[in-house]
Structure formats: structure tokens, C-alpha cells
Design a protein around this ligand. Structure first.
Ligand SMILES: *Cc1c(COP(=O)(O)O)cnc(C)c1O
Length: 450
């Protein structure tokens, strides 16, 4: 199959229409973007302003087409403008944009989530993953009456003040250890531990256990590249938190409904020591619209207003259009869809690895279900320090070459590559056809820097 499709010729294309938009954008928006990694600062070059998207493809404002390996950072699991999701959105939007009252779609989406993830008895819908983790922390603090939280270096949980310490991709990309503007009082309640390190966890709990409300972890981290939990690590989190009366929050905003029909929990659970107490979801469950959720044990969720004393609210929470998109997307996530994701990601990951090996380029592919990322370094990555010990310039050279050949990778060495069920053989072939030149670009970058 390789080579059947000619890659788009890598020519000195400097994206004139994107350049013009970027210059307009930087005048009115910091960095010209509404989320930092989109600016391509780490990978270099001009971020492409997209004009449209369909199936596995993005088309930029100059009319150039790209195979999309970002998939809006995860949500577009069925591909762009999937007919069933489009029909659901069009149907919903004709019936009103936002009611500010409860509506049936919200119930149906909550039922779908509860049906898929066994330990989740109740959920509340919000509009972003950030809101989900922020609210889950508040509930955990309200429930336990404690204020400290444990997070792991390299895990990203949205831009929640208390969780912006050593928070992976966005910050790693910009080499910021933490964000400015987070008060010490807020970050001071956060204990950051190395991922996959049970002794460090036990030591932190031995010292601070009585004041720790919760441990929050990415179910299988994807925001420092893919760094799955080592066997037994999630169980250790459960054991230690239970022993100290702290809650365990599993952040499945990225992995939820992507790794499997019930997310990472569906791959690794159920756990002998019991499931996490709370889960957070986003990305896939919104189908490309702003919808996210947090949920878990009913007795903990009962802490939320109006039943309990923990306040949480949202003008657009459970928006009828967003919930229609999310519901149609989850309904569309059939076993065949998950099978296709596996096939596509294996084809791309394996071919990339083979091509890099052929050129003698040090790298390691790491996977979590159909999610994968490639680190330009020797040896498995089990934590953030190891993730950072990679050849970022090698990734940049690879990224630039792929982009010039019409393949849109995540513009950071610390991000997962996302595929969709709409990535057909033609789209996969285009990616594979671009690999030889991209590997050569990496080799050239080594030569240039030595
Ligand atoms: C993307 C992400 C978030 C934040 O979600 P937003 O919708 O961007 O606020 C939180 N946690 C994880 C694991 C994520 O990948």
C-alpha cells in the first residue's frame, strides 16, 4: 500500500493566506491564537488557519489539504462533519440554541455516560474539561473537608489554578515549569509527585495524608506524550488513597470514550481495590462542541448544589446543541469504530517507527489503546523527566516535513497523535507516503546540529 499515493510535493509553500490571517490575529489576540500550542511556537512555521474539515482532512485558507492527525485534540473520533452528528446538530439547532432550563438531551447524554462507565453513578455536565476537573476537585474538597491535592508531574488537567504545576504539553512546549498568575496560596495546596512512582506516593501520604482531599491523575497520561501507568500503579493509587480517606479522581477527558467504549477504565479496570471515586470527561463526549462532565459515586455527587453545599453552575451547561452532538458521537462509537481506530493507529505508528529505524533515528513509540505518541529518544518513557529528555529539534524537523507534505501532526513533541474512524486507507497511505522524506529531514537536522 505504501507509495500508492503520491505525497503532496513539499515545495516552499509559505501559506500566504494563513500568514495574512496570523498578522491580523496577532493585532487583536495574544500570539494570534486562542490556545497556546496552536501558535506552532515550538514546532516552528506558520500555524495553518483552517477553512473547513471533512472526514480525515483539514483544508486551510489557501485551499491546501492535510490529513488531520490532531482531530481537534481528540473529539473528532468519527472524523470531521460526520453525517450522523451533522444531522443531530442540524436537528437540534432548529429547535433553539440554548434554553437555560433542563432538556431531554442532557438526560440522554448523562444516561449514555453512566451506561458506559460502570463506576459512574451520576454525572454533571459542564462546558470544558477544565471546568470538569476544577469542579471535581471542589466536590472532593467539600466531601472530605480537606484542602490539599496530589497531582503528577506531566499530567495536564486543564488550566485550573491548583493544577497548573508541572502540567505537561502546553507548559512543556514553552518550558514553563508553572504558570505566572497562580497565587502561592492556590499552588501551595498542590503536591506534585513523579508519575509511576509508588514510593514517592506513599511518602507524601505518610507525611500529609491527613490533609489530602484527593489524588487526581490522567487515567493514562497523554499530555506529556503517551505515558501509560505501569502495571499496578493505578491500583496503588486506589490502595493509598483509600487507606488515608482521600478520593481518587481519574481524569479521562482525553482517554474517555477513545481508548475504549468506556475509556481507559474499560481497558484497565475493574480494579481489585475498587474503582476511582470520581471521573472527568470531555473531548469525545462533546463531539467537537463544548460539552464535558464529571461524575462518580452518587454519595459524593450528592454534595453538589442544589442537593448539597458545594456550589457549581453554568449558563451553557448541558447546551442542547452540544449535547446533541455529544450524544450522536457516542452513539456512533460502535465496536467497528474502535476496531478501525486500532487498525489506523497501528498502521501509522508501525510505519513511522519502521521508517525512523531504517534511518537509525532513536525513538520510542508508546501506546494507550489507539492513542500513541513518538518520543525521539532511546528507551521507554515512564515519567515527565524522561519525556523531557527527548530530541525536540528532531521532532520539529519531522513535523515540518510532514506538514509540507500535507500531514497535520500535533505541533509539539509532547502531544499524542489522534486518528479517527474516518481515516480510510487513502488517508493512511498519504501519511505513510510522507514518512521517508520526514525521516530524512530528521537525519539532516542531526547533521546540521553536529
Ligand atoms: C484536554 C484536557 C483537559 C482540559 O480540557 P479543556 O476542554 O481543554 O478545558 C483536562 N484534562 C485532560 C486529561 C485533557 O487532556
Amino acid at each position: 500500500m505504501v507509495g500508492m499515493t503520491t505525497p503532496q510535493t513539499p515545495y516552499p509553500y509559505d501559506a500566504p493566506a494563513s500568514k495574512a490571517l496570523l498578522s491580523r490575529a496577532t493585532a487583536v489576540t495574544p500570539g494570534g491564537v486562542n490556545s497556546p500550542v496552536r501558535a506552532f511556537r515550538a514546532a516552528g512555521g506558520t500555524p495553518r488557519f483552517m477553512a473547513s474539515a471533512s472526514g480525515p482532512y483539514l483544508t486551510d485558507v489557501d485551499g491546501r489539504e492535510y490529513v488531520d492527525l490532531v482531530c481537534s485534540w481528540g473529539p473528532m473520533i468519527l472524523g470531521h462533519t460526520h453525517p450522523d452528528v451533522l444531522a443531530a446538530v442540524q436537528g437540534a439547532v432548529l429547535k433553539g440554541f440554548s434554553y437555560g432550563t433542563p432538556s431531554e438531551n442532557e438526560v440522554a447524554l448523562a444516561e449514555e455516560i453512566v451506561a458506559r462507565v460502570a463506576p459512574v453513578e451520576q454525572v454533571r455536565l459542564v462546558s470544558s474539561g477544565t471546568e470538569a476537573t476544577m469542579s471535581a476537585l471542589r466536590v472532593a474538597r467539600g466531601f472530605t473537608g480537606r484542602s490539599a491535592v496530589v497531582k503528577f508531574a506531566g499530567c495536564y488537567h486543564g488550566h485550573v489554578d491548583a493544577l497548573l504545576a508541572s502540567a505537561g504539553s502546553g507548559l512543556a512546549t514553552f518550558a514553563l515549569p508553572d504558570s505566572a498568575g497562580v497565587p502561592a496560596s492556590s499552588a501551595g495546596e498542590t503536591i506534585v509527585l513523579p508519575y509511576n512512582d509508588v514510593p514517592a506516593l506513599e511518602a507524601a501520604f505518610a507525611e500529609h495524608g491527613h490533609r489530602i482531599a484527593a489524588v487526581i491523575t490522567e487515567a493514562s497520561p497523554g499530555n506529556m506524550g503517551i505515558v501509560p501507568p505501569l502495571p499496578g500503579f493505578t491500583q496503588a493509587l486506589r490502595r493509598v488513597t483509600t487507606a488515608h480517606g482521600a478520593l481518587l479522581i481519574s481524569d479521562e477527558v482525553m482517554t474517555g470514550f477513545r481508548c475504549s467504549a468506556s475509556g481507559w477504565y474499560g481497558l484497565e479496570g475493574p480494579y481489585a481495590g475498587g474503582p476511582p471515586d470520581l471521573f472527568t470527561f470531555g473531548k469525545v463526549m462533546g463531539g467537537g462542541f463544548p460539552a464535558a462532565a464529571f461524575g462518580g459515586r452518587a454519595d459524593i455527587m450528592a454534595m453538589l448544589a442544589p442537593d448539597g453545599p458545594v456550589y457549581q453552575a453554568g449558563t451553557l451547561s448541558g447546551n442542547p446543541v452540544a449535547t446533541a452532538a455529544g450524544l450522536a458521537t457516542l452513539k456512533g462509537c460502535t465496536p467497528q469504530v474502535y476496531d478501525r481506530l486500532q487498525v489506523v493507529s497501528a498502521a501509522i505508528a508501525d510505519a513511522t517507527s519502521e521508517e525512523l529505524s531504517r534511518h537509525g533515528i532513536p525513538h520510542v513509540v508508546q501506546r494507550a489503546g489507539s492513542m500513541f505518541s513518538i518520543f525521539f529518544r532511546e528507551g521507554a518513557v515512564t515519567n515527565y523527566d524522561e519525556a523531557r529528555a527527548q530530541q525536540v529539534p528532531a521532532f520539529s524537523a519531522f513535523f515540518q516535513s510532514m506538514l509540507s507534505q500535507g500531514v497535520h501532526l500535533p505541533p509539539s513533541a509532547f502531544e499524542c497523535w489522534f486518528v479517527s474512524a474516518a481515516h480510510d486507507d487513502a488517508a493512511v497511505d498519504r501519511v505513510l507516503a510522507a514518512l521517508p522524506l520526514a525521516a530524512r529531514a530528521v537525519t539532516d537536522s542531526f547533521a546540521a546540529s553536529s
